[in-house]
Design a protein around this ligand. Structure first.
Ligand SMILES: NC(=O)c1ccc[n+]([C@@H]2O[C@H](COP(=O)([O-])OP(=O)(O)OC[C@H]3O[C@@H](n4cnc5c(N)ncnc54)[C@H](OP(=O)(O)O)[C@@H]3O)[C@@H](O)[C@H]2O)c1
Length: 334
């Protein structure tokens, strides 16, 4: 039976996620409903993607009994309230990254998912790309020897987008882009907590981080460094350096489709979208969607690849980095 998806929020990434779902077999994934704050927004989205039910409130989607899982694609200051709405309605949830604004909110979401016995995952789509699966396989088999250094960067000029500059919309490069570098480093170092973090950055007049540079030191003298910027394009590559070899992602490290392993290059092409996408390579969201389906079929409440403890680790590190850079959201004082 197909997994029946409900889409919460009719914005840019919800559009891309819906396009990505339709690159998967219809017998496995169906989008059956969409909800937006305004009915017209939901109706327009439903028409564009041939979705049968459109709701003018998230609450109506939460009451829809014929949905297996809700994809939350609203901006991150609303992830807490929206996740709680659906978990309390006993709905399984895939929520866009960052799962929430800080560790306290993340914990509240995870507690609610646990209490209501529903599946919940932060949509860190990078981890489910075939190239990422291959990286984990190579690391687990010791192909690189001992990893000594991880470097990653993600920078795009996004300042013209309101949610990238306005604090109340959750702006800040760490939670928007840096999170992809951080999750990559945490994946490579097998979820170990770093011994030491040093972060510096520049902030906009609105008080949100525009560019950050972060160094992390792990046990046994292993290092990582990442750069994130919402003000400029960076090469957006990543590299893992071990005692026996290196893996490079030459570009688009958050949606990797090319891997260079000790000089041998392999491509992992994506399917074409049926409508233009808002973000680069978004049909790659199909892999996280399939992970959700497989978890639901097995009755799991979390994914082993992007687990609840992974979200807790990320949120704790994000809090520390923001603290060092001097970024405080209104949610931090609650
Ligand atoms: N995985 C990825 O590659 C990726 C890429 C981009 C973004 N994201 C994440 O996805 C989320 C949404 O990003 P986006 O670029 O899609 O954002 P967006 O298009 O600006 O907004 C998404 C939705 O959020 C709701 N929203 C927007 N402004 C709001 C406001 N002022 N008050 C209340 N609700 C508001 C709206 O829902 P309604 O339609 O209901 O009005 C809107 O459609 C973010 O958390 C972001 O980090 C992920």
């Amino acid at each position: 039976m197909a997994t029946r998806w409900g889409i919460c929020g009719a914005g840019r990434i919800s559009h891309d996620f819906t396009v990505a779902l339709k690159t998967l077999p219809a017998g496995d994934h169906q989008v059956v409903a969409v909800a937006a704050r305004k009915l017209e927004g939901a109706q327009e989205f439903a028409k564009k993607h041939s979705i049968s039910r459109a709701y003018g409130s998230y609450e109506e989607l939460a009451r829809d009994p014929d949905i297996d899982v809700v994809y939350i694609g609203v901006i991150h200051p609303y992830h807490l309230s929206t996740c709680l709405l659906f978990t309390n309605a006993k709905k399984n949830v895939l929520c866009e990254k960052p799962l929430a604004m800080n560790s306290r909110e993340v914990q509240e979401i995870l507690d609610s998912a646990k209490k209501n016995d529903v599946f919940l995952m932060e949509a860190v789509w990078t981890r489910f790309f075939p190239a990422s699966v291959e990286i984990r396989r190579l690391l687990a088999q010791g192909e690189l020897g001992e990893v000594k250094m991880v470097r990653a960067e993600f920078g795009l000029p996004l300042m013209h987008i309101p949610r990238s500059s306005q604090k109340e919309l959750g702006a800040g490069t760490m939670l928007d882009l840096g999170i992809y570098c951080l999750q990559f480093i945490c994946m490579v170092y097998n979820r170990e907590k770093p011994e030491c973090i040093q972060a510096t950055g520049t902030c906009q007049e609105t008080g949100v981080d525009e560019s950050v540079i972060v160094t992390l030191k792990f046990s046994n003298n292993r290092l990582a460094v990442f750069t994130s910027s919402s003000a400029m394009a960076l090469p957006n590559s990543a590299i893992i350096v071990g005692t026996k070899g290196t893996i490079q992602i030459p570009d688009h490290m958050w949606c990797p489709t090319t891997l260079d392993v000790n000089g041998k290059v392999t491509q992992y092409p994506l399917p074409e979208p049926y409508l233009p996408l808002n973000c680069i390579k978004s049909t790659g969201m199909r892999y996280e969607a399939e992970e959700v389906r497989q978890c639901l079929l097995k009755g799991l409440k979390e994914s082993a690849v992007m687990s609840h403890s992974d979200s807790v680790l990320l949120a704790g590190l994000e809090d520390e980095i923001r603290k060092q850079v001097g970024v405080v959201y209104s949610q931090d004082s609650k």
